[in-house]
Design a protein around this ligand. Structure first.
Ligand code: COA
Ligand code: AMP
Length: 632
């Protein structure tokens, strides 16, 4: 029997008592006497009078409490052939030293530090070193281009940037330093210092005065016995800023606090994921995404578990058995990945032949999130693994699952296509445009009744106004998730899609509005539209339509190639923008709105009806023809 109903009920009856109890799992410097202040911040603040340090809870306390020689971080890198294991004592040593290096560079409490690094343990140490001294990190995913990095530098105004010389994609070294230099050139806010980790695969050119060698600086600090202590921070002080796609090209700086974040994540490790301290938990994501923040860096370590830093892919590094090797070799109790990774494995190894080479008896559960978990993929994974496959739904903004199947409280019946039920902390409702609650089974906007629980964003970085406009204004009293769906008669949620222009490509959240801004900047483009179309592997892929300016004589194929290159240059390879289509006209309503939804249905070969408000129906045939000629 699952205790979910009882636990959720306890939370609902008295949310403050519930979180006060969970908060006892954290080592506070000054424990909270007040749990929630509804008058503080944009919608209230959690643990407003408490003080703490996240790094202390992630490392120091475990070293003090008998876990010094336990594995904290396991690094496994099939792309370089390297493996390294750090115990809690070793990880603490690395982090305290790195924190001292940051202090030597003039970084202190409240300063921002951008981290631009691949999946190596130093990325996790960088985050924890910032947390240790109260600096606010902002990790930027390595697949973003210089311009995206520059936008983030300009918003966060970092005192320092911590970077590695390269990332390694299968068959390709991604040289970070030229991208970083270009981004700093493009940005108005110049950092005082760059701490550069030279990797053997790429030697970064160093700028005298500004750039410091990571290995040198840490070696000197170690030789001098320099280690930084944990700084006392307010629970409400920011731990990090993580930029995520909004509806324009300007990303939103999601802020995470220290106290609420620790409390919420600690609860999820046992309540949701059913993990015991000492076990290994692997989130096969990237530190550049929220999943990486919460479940590669913070939650496993806050829980005294072992976390895995994997520098590789589900397939091709070297084969579709890569995940199964990892699980058996590192004795992983639960894997968390995106459905796209499983689809990639399934495509290359549908009969799961590679699985037969490994003993997966250590593994109890597979968790999926980041995009819709299609029932075919879930079923395939259940069949081959013979273990529960658990979908759960969350967002960068929330930092942890809004809806899931709480394994730690006892599994609830799995319904394919549903991430199951709201976690304690979330009162999830389906509403119409007027914020009126809709009955079971009816599609509508998914909202969460305020206040959001601990761990969720208190605001956007230095932008309360955008926080309110983006999330709180449209449905007064609720947080707008911008996802649409319905709740069935058993209280199970179904996510059907976004209500804005965000698309989800291989579990990566991308703004089609941001891509349209790039397309529109091409000198030959008069107008454009970008939509997300169905993709068997990545869930969705972007597809851009452009109308060229009168008098452009270049061949269409050349402009299309230039546009594909431009998106890669401005946003980055992660946009996976491969389809550009020149058309004579875009379908519009009589009032001039581009009919993107109808274009999407045509591209997806879904049933569609002629919009009543369409200006010229013939244009839809032109779109269908253009897509066909591009193999879509
Ligand atoms: N640095 C630089 N480039 C990167 C990158 C990084 N950290 N991560 C991805 N890229 C590049 C890829 O090399 C690819 O480039 P290409 O166009 O030259 O081939 C491009 O960005 C698109 O990447 P992605 O969409 O992730 O596809 P992929 O080719 O790397 O393969 C799959 C990814 C299909 C194997 C997919 O199953 C997968 O694992 N995706 C990642 C899922 C994930 O972790 N999501 C996070 C949310 S939990
Ligand atoms: P991100 O902020 O990158 O984590 O992306 C969040 C968005 O991804 C959500 O708003 C959803 O649209 C989508 N998403 C995440 N998890 C799921 C899931 N389990 N099922 C369906 N969609 C999901």
């Amino acid at each position: 029997m699952s205790s979910y109903a009882q636990v959720y009920g306890q939370w609902k009856t008295n949310p403050e008592a519930f979180w006060a109890e969970v908060a006892k799992e954290i080592d506070w410097i000054k424990p909270p006497t007040k749990i929630f202040d509804k008058d503080a911040g944009v919608y209230g603040r959690w643990f407003p009078d408490a003080t703490c340090n996240t790094c202390y809870n992630a490392l120091d306390r475990h070293v003090k409490n008998g876990r010094a020689s336990q594995r904290a971080v396991v690094y496994d890198s099939p792309v370089t052939g390297q493996q390294r294991i750090y115990t809690y004592a070793e990880a603490l040593d690395e982090v305290a030293t790195l924190a001292a290096v940051l202090k030597n560079l003039g970084v202190g409490k409240g300063d921002r530090v951008i981290v631009y690094m691949p999946m190596i343990p130093e990325a996790v140490f960088a985050m924890l070193a910032c947390a240790r001294i109260g600096a606010i990190h902002s990790v930027v995913f390595g697949g973003f281009a210089a311009k995206e990095l520059a936008t983030r530098i300009d918003d966060a105004k970092p005192k320092a940037i911590m970077a590695a010389s390269c990332g390694i994609e299968p068959g390709r070294v991604v040289h970070y330093k030229p991208l970083l230099d270009q981004a700093i050139d493009l940005s108005a806010a110049k950092p005082d210092a760059v701490l550069m980790l030279q990797r053997p695969q790429s030697q970064a050119a160093m700028q005298a005065g500004r750039d410091h060698d990571w290995a040198d600086a840490t070696a000197k600090a170690k030789a001098a016995g320099q280690k930084a202590d944990c700084v006392e921070l307010a629970a409400t002080d920011p731990l990090y800023i993580l930029y995520t796609s909004g509806t324009t090209g300007v990303p939103k700086g999601v802020v995470r606090d220290n106290g609420g974040h620790m409390v919420a994540l600690k609860w999820t490790m046992s309540g949701l994921y059913g993990i015991k301290p000492g076990e290994a938990f692997w989130a096969a994501s990237d530190v550049g995404w929220v999943v990486g923040h919460s479940y590669i860096c913070y939650a496993p370590l806050l829980h005294g578990a072992t976390t895995i830093v994997y520098e590789g892919k589900p397939v091709g590094t070297p084969d579709p058995g890569a995940f199964w090797r990892m699980i058996s070799e590192h004795k992983i109790a639960a894997l968390f990945t995106a459905p796209t990774a499983l689809r990639a494995i399934k495509k290359e190894d549908p009969g799961a032949e590679h699985l037969k080479r490994y003993d997966l008896s250590c593994m109890r559960t597979l968790f999926l999130a980041g995009e819709r978990a299609d029932p075919d993929t879930v079923q395939w994974a259940e069949n081959i693994l013979k273990k529960p496959v658990i979908d759960h739904w969350w967002q960068t903004e929330t930092g942890w699952a809004i809806v899931g199947n709480p394994i730690g409280l006892g599994i609830l019946p799995v319904k394919h296509g549903s991430p199951t039920v709201p976690m304690p902390g979330y009162d999830v409702q389906i509403v119409d445009e007027g914020a009126k609650q809709l009955p079971a089974g009816t599609m509508g906007s998914i909202v969460v009744k305020l206040p959001l629980p601990p761990g969720c964003l208190p605001t956007l970085w230095q932008n309360d106004k955008r926080m309110v406009e983006s999330y709180l204004e449209e449905f007064p009293g609720y947080y707008k998730t911008a996802d649409a769906g319905y709740i069935d008669a058993d209280g199970y949620l179904y996510i059907m899609g976004r209500t804005d222009d965000i698309i989800n490509v291989a579990g990566h959240r991308l703004s089609t509005g941001g891509m349209e801004e790039v397309l529109a900047s091409h000198p030959d483009v008069a107008e454009c539209a970008v939509i997300g179309i169905k993709d068997a592997l990545k869930g969705e892929q972007p597809c851009g339509f452009v109308v060229l300016k009168a008098g452009v004589t270049k061949p269409h194929a050349q402009v299309e190639k230039e546009i594909v290159g431009l998106v890669r240059e401005k946003i980055g390879p992660v946009a996976a923008f491969k389809i550009a289509v020149c058309v004579d006209r875009l379908p519009k309503t009589r009032s001039g709105k581009i009919l993107r939804a109808t274009m999407k249905k045509i591209a997806d070969k879904d049933q569609w009806t002629m919009p009543a408000t369409i200006d010229d129906p013939a244009i839809l045939d032109e779109i269908a023809g253009a897509l066909k000629s591009h193999g879509v």
